[in-house]
Design a protein around this ligand. Sequence first.
Ligand code: SF4
Ligand code: SF4
Length: 418
Amino acid sequence: MRNKRVIESPKQRQNRHKAMECAAVLEKLRNDFDIRLESMSYFYDLCEKVYLKREPIYPKSVKVGTMCLQVPSEIIYALDAVPIRLCNGFHTDDEIGSDFATSKACPLVKATIGEFSSGNFSDKPDVVVSPTTCDQKAKSGAIIESLGYEVFDMEFPRTKESEEAREYWRRSVRRFTKDLAKFQNKKLRRGKLKEAIKKVGYAQHLYHQLNELRKGENPPINGNDMFLLTNAFFFDELESWTRAVEKVLDEAKNRDIKTPKHSVRIVYTGSPPVFPNLKIPLIIEQSDGLIVADETCSSNRMFNDMVSVDEWFLYDMVDSVADRYLKGCTCPIFTKNSDRIRRIIELVKSHKAEGVVYQAFAGCQVYEMEQRSVLEAMEKEGIPILYLESDYSPSHLGQLTTRIEAFIESLKNRRRKR
Ligand code: SF4
Ligand code: SF4
């Protein structure tokens, strides 16, 4: 009997490729590591639900797609919508997006555009918010608009120290609040904003508690699981996410986990790893490194600074939310970025790390350009650092692995000499 030939549509083919990318990474996370928390199953299953089965999380809610970490989720929740961060880690989408941007553009930005052009969303955003953070993000907002989506621009300053920058950003957040309220045909209410600040603050608090445990001799969670858990915050329903992290925290506190003694402790910084592009973090932890902390906008930076409110009046709260996002940002889009260097050094010390891995996406000029000042600062502090350029393609894996293995071996030698 002859086999029936199934003809796939381009959309089906893209979905199959994305499902394969997702399954390959989940397989590694589930099986390749000694540190294994049962409670992480929630996050593995969640990724399967969204990327393999393509089931929506919010079939009924209004979804606000955010192009960057800088869009305040507290305001979105307070206006009865849900934020979905659109930073995308799929190589399949990166290839589709290459038709709209130069092939040398940042893969994360191309992948985001690729997802819009194919429309392959499990939760399709109703409106998109595009802050003018890096140049490529700013330009991609216009491309997405040209594909037929509604896009709000959100002006973002390129300095953060001055009073002018602070006021400029506050005005931008106030305007965004008005635009979204108009879109939703709702008024921002004091009680709702207060509740949203508290809920997001509680999620941050849980993250901090988990991060604290990574400072100890036996970190109970590896860096790849940590990236998966924080990446899920991009799109998961807030209450479900916090409940799942409470369980991870509970297990992490109460289980006797022994980290392999020889594993080298690493702080990870640079262009954000977004599932399933965990290429570099996976190589590090498959080469006997252990990521004990990170300084990236897909993980640590999302939870770092809490909203600090002096007066619980509506407009004071909106300004306090704005301040949290500007002050906490250490993205290299700023003219000067000494906060980022300070934070990396603090993380190395607090988490007793032995070295730093700095990844820049090929095509990301700001991360590429900032490596020099970070490398100099680390050298001054006597902190070994490895700089890598990578993208979403599966090529160069051998070369990257060799460099990472050599770096980890050099850190082990350093430890022996001590
Ligand atoms: S790297 Fe910078 S511009 Fe890009 S998403 Fe992160 S914070 Fe935004
Ligand atoms: S990695 Fe670079 S180019 Fe890509 S979003 Fe971040 S800052 Fe922009």
